[in-house]
Design a protein around this ligand. Structure first.
Ligand SMILES: C[S@@+](CC[C@H](N)C(=O)[O-])C[C@H]1O[C@@H](n2cnc3c(N)ncnc32)[C@H](O)[C@@H]1O
Ligand SMILES: Nc1nc2[nH]cc(C(=O)O)c2c(=O)[nH]1
Ligand code: SF4
Ligand SMILES: [Mg+2]
Length: 212
């Protein structure tokens, strides 16, 4: 299996229940719900994406021929001097489950990494993941219906919170849609959480403080 990777970088998880936790972000290239090209955005299933996931030209990006080569690249981003703090890799994208497989998860575990994933939920997650964040998109069929957190971008006309409230997740988050209406979406998300306390607010804290 060759893995196509847009970028690899060390930062803090900005979103959801693990916000603030240091992690290496492994951003896979490509997505099944949008080509990534602006000319296709309007007609895509997922129209509000905030990420460039095309190609392998980002920092630390490239094509990795083996799981072991990719684990080495991720490992090299984790601080060498640290003896405390569980090494943590977050597989994202694009859609990471187009590429993330059991051999790669096993290779991360063998090197002492916990493995998290950020997925749109349209592909079943492989066994062995330590943290599964599912973020449903519009009319796309939701296949991965269990996990650690369900982090719904709010508001999406065809994916309102009521559709997901009975699923088996440990946490339920609303994340205001970033874009031209971010302020209004944030106010709407706060009001929804206030009136439906199963749901918590997830702010994209990395954007607030200006880290990637
Ligand atoms: C870029 S996606 C990559 C992972 C996967 N394809 C997914 O959609 O979950 C990472 C996270 O950013 C969220 N996201 C993308 N665009 C956003 C936006 N404009 N505002 C708020 N969150 C956004 C996604 O819902 C997802 O939780
Ligand atoms: N700091 C930071 N936290 C994040 N959590 C999920 C992200 C993603 O793009 O998957 C993301 C991201 O892009 N940056
Ligand atoms: S599913 Fe995720 S990566 Fe794909 S376009 Fe939507 S937000 Fe972006
Ligand atoms: Mg992001």
């Amino acid at each position: 299996m060759t893995y196509a990777v847009k970028e690899i970088y060390y930062t803090l998880q900005g979103e959801g229940a693990q916000a603030g936790r240091p992690a290496v972000f492994l951003r896979f290239a490509g997505c099944n719900l949008w080509s990534g090209l602006e000319r296709d955005r309007e007609s895509a299933v997922c129209t509000f994406c905030d990420t460039d996931f095309i190609g392998t030209n980002g920092p630390g990006g490239g094509k990795f021929k083996t799981a072991s080569a990719l684990v080495d690249a991720v490992k090299s981003e984790w601080p060498k001097e640290s003896t405390r703090g569980q090494p943590y890799v977050i597989c994202t994208g694009g859609e990471p489950l187009l590429q993330l497989d059991k051999p790669l998860i096993d290779a991360f575990h063998a090197e002492g990494f916990e493995v998290g994933v950020e997925t749109n939920g349209t592909i079943e997650a492989p066994a062995g993941l330590d943290w599964i964040c599912v973020s449903p998109k519009s009319t796309a069929p939701l296949v991965q219906r269990t996990g650690s957190e369900l982090k719904l971008v709010y508001r999406q006309k065809d994916a309102l919170p009521e559709k997901f409230e009975d699923l088996a997740f440990d946490f339920f988050y609303l994340q205001p849609m970033d874009g031209a209406s971010r302020v209004a979406e944030t106010a709407a998300a706060i009001e929804y959480c206030r009136t439906h306390p199963q749901w918590r607010l997830s702010l994209q804290t990395h954007k607030l403080v200006g880290i990637p």
